[in-house]
Design a protein around this ligand. Structure first.
Ligand code: PMP
Length: 348
């Protein structure tokens, strides 16, 4: 095995309902830890999956119909759409294509931990910059081979200033990956920057479309970049089921938009309630970054004992000790969370 393996941290996902039920002997658990869509995907996708039986055949290598549908959805040419196994899979392909040992990879902390994990796997030199008091990126490095910008940022929920991102794109010598996993929850997208040849904009079906279990992600980029990325995409990166579900989801955008409207409405409700007991930050995503007077880890544990799972930020380098992240759930789930948090904070 590689000599540097112990230096590569594991990706730690949000805890599951089953884990917490078993650990604390609880019957009902609310999970607000992985930024999933609490309303699920369109019933039309479920119907298509139920009826699909051609599992003995390989899926297409580069599913054309899905690519065309995605192109229509984002408003760019199909030749600009690259599809892989989740946005995680897309990100890995970008690293595989661009990053040679010793190359500089730049991103601002705290952010999605997989950028750092990938940098270590591909033996990059990490340039981890700081953010301002509103968690906006304020630095970049012209020398970086790859700059990763997460907007809205996980775990802080803020979007980046488009003028600053444009400055980065125009001034760096390398490539810029803009991670818009949470694009559907904000009007302030940066997608149009794909007009620059060094930019890729990544998206996913895991969040707004409620299809995290199907593992489907994509990125929009210059057609030449897409051709190059296809060389490092695994032979069959997405399953036949993912292709079918993705097409069905794009045929029923109204379902996705309706659930996003509810999530955005409840995000504001949650923010107002949280303001009375803690320090939430304004978010353009389907989660909130919250600071309290207590240690984040201990809050998360106490909430788990009460049957509410939120995300501890110990795996997010640069996040404050007193912070945690909570996904916006259904109204009754959000109410259960607020009640549990009130109890935990009062008992302090
Ligand atoms: N980027 C960000 C910012 C994310 O939060 C996530 C999901 N945790 C991903 C990428 C990966 O998404 P996917 O499920 O499509 O692999």
């Amino acid at each position: 095995m590689r000599s540097d393996l112990s230096g590569i941290p594991d990706y730690v996902p949000g805890k599951s309902e089953e884990d917490i039920k078993k650990t604390y002997g609880l019957e009902r658990v609310v999970k607000l830890a992985s930024n999933e869509n609490p309303y699920g995907c369109t019933p039309k996708a479920l119907e298509v999956l139920r009826q699909f039986s051609k599992l003995n055949s390989y899926p297409p290598k580069d599913p054309e119909e899905l690519r065309e549908r995605i192109a229509g959805y984002v408003g760019f040419d199909p030749e600009m759409v690259f599809i892989s196994s989740g946005l995680d899979g897309v990100l890995e392909c970008a690293f595989k294509l661009l990053v040679e040992p010793g190359d500089e990879v730049c991103f601002a902390l705290p952010t999605f931990p997989y950028y750092s994990i990938l940098s270590k796997i591909y033996r990059a030199r990490e340039n981890k910059t700081e953010r301002d008091s509103e968690f906006r990126m304020v630095n970049y490095s012209k020398k970086a081979k790859l700059t990763v910008i997460c907007s809205p940022n996980n775990p802080t929920g803020n979007v980046e200033n488009p003028d600053f991102v444009k400055e980065i794109v125009e001034n760096v010598n390398g490539y810029v990956f803009i991670d818009e996993a949470y694009a559907e929850f904000t009007e302030k997208n940066l997608t149009e920057l794909v007009e620059y040849e060094n930019v890729m904009v990544g998206r996913t079906f895991s969040k707004a479309f409620g299809l995290a279990g199907i593992r489907l992600g994509y990125a929009v980029m210059h057609p030449d970049m897409r051709k190059a990325l296809m060389k490092v995409n695994p032979p069959f990166p997405v399953s036949s089921l993912a292709v079918k579900a993705g097409i069905a989801a794009l045929e029923d955008l109204e379902w996705m938009r309706k659930t996003v409207r509810m999530i955005k409405r409840d995000r504001e409700w949650l923010f107002r309630k949280l303001k009375n007991i803690a320090r939430p930050f304004k978010s353009e995503a389907n989660f909130l970054y919250v600071e309290t007077e207590m240690d984040g880890k201990s809050i998360v544990e106490k909430l788990e004992k009460k049957g509410v799972i939120v995300r501890a930020l110990s795996g997010f380098e640069g996040a404050r000790e007193n912070a945690f992240r909570v996904s916006v759930g259904k109204r009754e789930e959000n109410e259960a969370f607020i009640k549990a948090l009130e109890d935990v904070v009062c008992l302090q």
